[in-house]
Design a protein around this ligand. Structure first.
Ligand code: IPE
Ligand code: IPE
Ligand code: MG
Length: 249
């Protein structure tokens, strides 16, 4: 880990050193943010990427172990061609320019989702980034690109069915752990805190299984306005909650 703040410093900021291990964020509201400023939606996405940079950095600094960011859903292909192209161009730029910086900060980056649906340039830039950073021991960064929970679960079910059919897996051995191991998030802890800025109160097909017991925090700030301070507010809210997992406390 490359935590920047000591326990005392975190406490001075009103945070408990007991951080959520895995934070997931639905980066929503870029388009409305731009529209309110009389700008085209694309500029909102650009501002969103800036915010993403800062939130990644801050997650490392405060000692979050894993961060999953929803950047593009399996349903986002329904958007106008122009917007998909603009987003793709931003992703290419991001994964070309940003990997060195992530690597320098000891971040391990992977993508969640089937990135082969993007252009080979984007797909390869992501693969190169994942390869370059795979031994890093700091923040585990997951960028969800062409990600959807239903797709992820369907793929896992198919691969399990295939193994049962081949005789390499006994149906009695199918349990949540085995299913978990076939999700994009394999090896990562389940989501502790899921944050959705942008005003909507829904999950939009993000990490449905992994967030089964996540604490949910919704805020009305558009993603480009979701500052490090707002992020810390969400974590403080999380730290006030009592997690029971169905039991009693
Ligand atoms: C989130 O912002 C980014 C992506 C879904 C790619 P939106 O583009 O959904 O912004 P709004 O919700 O329309 O404001
Ligand atoms: C969810 O936002 C997907 C991402 C942030 C990448 P959307 O804007 O696509 O979700 P809906 O359409 O409001 O549910
Ligand atoms: Mg949206």
């Amino acid at each position: 880990m490359m935590r920047k703040y000591t326990d005392e410093e975190l406490i001075a900021r009103g945070l408990s050193p007991d951080m959520p291990k895995h934070v997931a964020i639905i980066m929503d509201g870029n388009g409305r943010w731009a529209k309110e400023r009389g700008m085209i939606r694309t500029l909102g996405h650009r501002a969103g990427i800036e915010r993403m940079r800062e939130i990644i950095r801050h997650s490392s600094d405060i000692g979050v172990e894993a961060l999953s960011l929803y950047a593009f859903s399996t349903e986002n292909w329904k958007r106008p061609k122009f917007e998909v192209a603009a987003l793709s161009a931003l992703f290419l730029e991001y994964f070309t320019k940003e990997i060195d910086e992530l690597h320098a900060n000891n971040v391990r980056m992977i993508a969640l989702g089937d990135t082969t649906k993007f252009s080979p340039e984007i797909h390869n830039a992501i693969l190169r980034g994942a390869e370059k950073t795979k031994h890093n021991t700091g923040l585990k960064l997951n960028v969800a690109l062409n990600y959807g929970s239903r797709d992820e679960i369907t793929t896992a079910v198919k691969s399990i069915a295939c193994d049962v059919k081949n005789g390499t897996l006994d149906d009695d051995d199918i349990n949540y752990e085995l299913i978990s191991d076939r999700l994009y998030t394999k090896g990562l802890p389940d989501i502790d805190l899921l944050i959705r800025p942008g005003g909507e109160r829904r999950l939009s097909n993000f990490l449905l299984m992994q967030a089964a017991y996540a604490e949910l925090v919704f805020t009305d700030d558009y993603w480009p306005d979701f500052t490090n301070e707002k992020y810390e507010e969400a974590i403080k809210e999380f730290q006030k909650r009592t997690r029971r997992y169905g039991g009693l406390k």
